[in-house]
Design a protein around this ligand. Sequence first.
Ligand code: SAM
Length: 346
Amino acid sequence: MNNNISKLRLPPLPTTKYLLKIYKLKAMKALSQNFLLNEQLTDKMIKKTGNLADCHVLEVGPGPGGLTRSILKHHPKKLTVIEKDKRFEPTLVMLADAFATVNGEMEIIFNDIMKVNLSNIFSATEVKPWLDKAPKIRIIGNLPFSVSTPLIIKWLHAMSEKRGPWEFGRTRMTLTFQKEIGERLIAEPMDPQRCRLSVMAQAWTRPIMHFIIPGTAFIPKPDVDVAFVSFVPLATPRTQHEFKIFEKVTRHIFSFRQKYSIRGIETLFPLEDRAELGQMMYKLSDLKPTTRPMQLTVEDIDKLVSAYKYLMEKHPHIEFYEYRASRRILSLSRTKHVDVVECTEL
Ligand code: SAM
């Protein structure tokens, strides 16, 4: 990574702190707004995102534009920002105008990142074959935690199917998370933090934790510290299975984190098949049923998914079995005395 990137001088601008004051932009709790106003810190963050020169950068949740300024200093070919809160229009337009004076292009979109079709943001000229070098596209964001976690799952899904920004190749993204979530994302087998999120992130990417930003760096201060994490898409993912089925098996495994992993695996099957098919999954995968969820590697889970698919072919009815739905019927039977065959301790 080149850290000696020549920096661009934007025309003199009022500080972000001053702009917040004159435009009376108070952080909104409903949008979990916590601003970064320390330019040294935002510069340090952007250094970790690699060389942005010649890149089309997408920043999600720019807010008043603190991190945005640090991005612009690296003179990306184009910057697109997607922000939900229209109150930031004057501060973002001010940055776009300043960037235009040095022939830069900054596009501002007011929308919810969960709803935007990102394929339309980038141009076909930016496409790089998957196994080639990464495309000159970067995604960066300091988002609320309530958005970044569902977003990373949504984006890992899109990446696994080479949709959206991953139609263009192995697009790298760098996002903020609550510290504990960041630690889970990078947790390797045997780490007590290992969970569904670790496995899903590591099946399709190499997550890198850059550093922890103390909560005190934000205005207003959140209750937790913040992790700054990059995701580098793997040229060859560690599973070839579809995202949905891989996620389902992983979710079941980690639903009983402290127990033997077979406990969660068994819940993939109706009660009458559970003991037999649960054991069969481990025989087919050449794994011990007493392995704990945190001990399983991505490759182990990949083998369990292959076994699950094989068993679904042999016993087609298991494909439609939904443990949660059966739990609902069970609780209904308790309250309304419905006669159900499935009686379980689960
Ligand atoms: N990037 C700015 C900074 O570092 O100072 C602001 C960070 S603040 C934690 C999160 C920003 O994301 C806010 O500006 C908020 O309005 C925006 N935001 C929240 N939910 C969003 C969504 N679903 N789509 C787009 N932006 C969102």
